[in-house]
Every structure is written in C-alpha cells, then in structure tokens.
Design a protein around this ligand. Sequence first.
Ligand code: PGA
Length: 244
Amino acid sequence: MKRLIFAGNWKMHHGPESARRLIEAWMPGWRPSAGREAWFFPPAPAIATVAQMLRDHSGCAVGVQNVHWEASGAFTGETSVAIAREAGATLALVGHSERRHVFGETDAECARKVRAVLAGEMTPVLCVGETLTEREAGQTEAVVRRHLSALDGLAGDELARVVIAYEPVWAIGTGRTAKPEDANEVQRVIRAALMPSQVILYGGSVKPDNVAALVAQPHVNGVLVGGASIDPAQWSAITSATAD
Ligand code: PGA
C-alpha cells in the first residue's frame, strides 16, 4: 500500500494557544487508517503543544520548520535539532523556498542541516523546486538536481530516511498548482536520481479540490500544504482525501 502523507506547513502562523484551537477543530474529523499520515510543522514555540495533543493519535507527527546544524552554542534565534526533538518534533523541513529566497539559505547549508537532522535521529524533509523564470528557461530539472546535491555523499541508509518535497516556487501561495502529470514527471526524475522507495511530496497551492488528483499520481506520496493547512475545514478535507 502506498504511504499517503498530508503535511501542513503553518509558516509564521499560530502560537501555542491558537495552535491548540486549530488541532482541536481538526481532530474529530481525523480518521486514522493504514498508510495515512498527518504531519504538522507549527512555529517552534507551538511544537510542544501540538506534539502533546497528538501524542496518542496514530499516524500523526510534528516537525520543526528550520534547524541549525550546530548542536548548541551562541547562535541567537536558531533552533538545534536536539531542542526541536526535546519539544516533540520528529521531522524537520530543510531548504523551504522561503528559507532559500527570503533568508538566502544555500545548498551547502541545506547539506549541513540534512546531516544534523539525520544525526539527531529525525526525518529531514528537503524542499526543492524551481522559480517561474527557471521553469520558463527549461531549467526545472537542473535546478531540482542542484537542490538535491545537498544529499550528495549520504550513505544509502541515510538517503532512504530523507523525504523530498517538490515545491515549484511559482506555485507556492499563488493559487497556481502544477498540473498533476507535470508534478508527477518531476517527481519521477527525483525518484530516478535517488531511490525507488524515496518518499516524495508535492507542494504549492494544494487545496481540497486538487489534492486527490495530485496524490493519485504514482510518484506523489503526499502533499506539503501551506495556506490550506491553517484553515480547519480545508485541512480536514485535505487529510480525508484518498488516492482513488
Ligand atoms: P501553499 O504553501 O500551500 O500556501 O502554496 C506551500 C508551502 O510553502 O509549503
């Protein structure tokens, strides 16, 4: 059975109290079933609250939106893997397009973060994807391969633990979604470059009305959702979607 992962990236929305309300509104509609998972990436101060609320709910996991690669030290404003883990995170986004384009994160930094997350026994979710200019210049595959270079040199067992989120930048927060077949084709290329068993999510304006067609694609193991993941009704509809 294909794993079906619905991941919500809350970005800079919701502290502990409003996170609690959001989870409370979503929880009654969650129907755990084999292979179906709901992942949550709240802002760091809300991780502990969300993790505690979901502790006894099968198929649910919590992650941090960004980590620093150092274990500890004088890095004001940063969150280490160990701190995120202590708060209840088991997953970590790495290289989200906002980290790359707003904060200037590089592939070399992503490589260090992926290694730190793996060393901390957490699951890295490496985000890759091209801008509109790059797509129009026919560079999608080259850009994605460059982003995947953060994984160069990982041992096979480490690579197997990495989740990829293909998020074309032009589709993030814009209401424009990649056509399911186009998303599938890029994800096929990613899978071919990594491992046949690699878990690969699609992200970029995923909504209740397009999620089923996306997760029905053979190379799409789930979705990474921004805007629609902080609306309880939309998020419930998305996490109830099936691939058939
Ligand atoms: P969006 O964001 O669903 O609002 O397009 C996706 C993401 O940034 O992960």
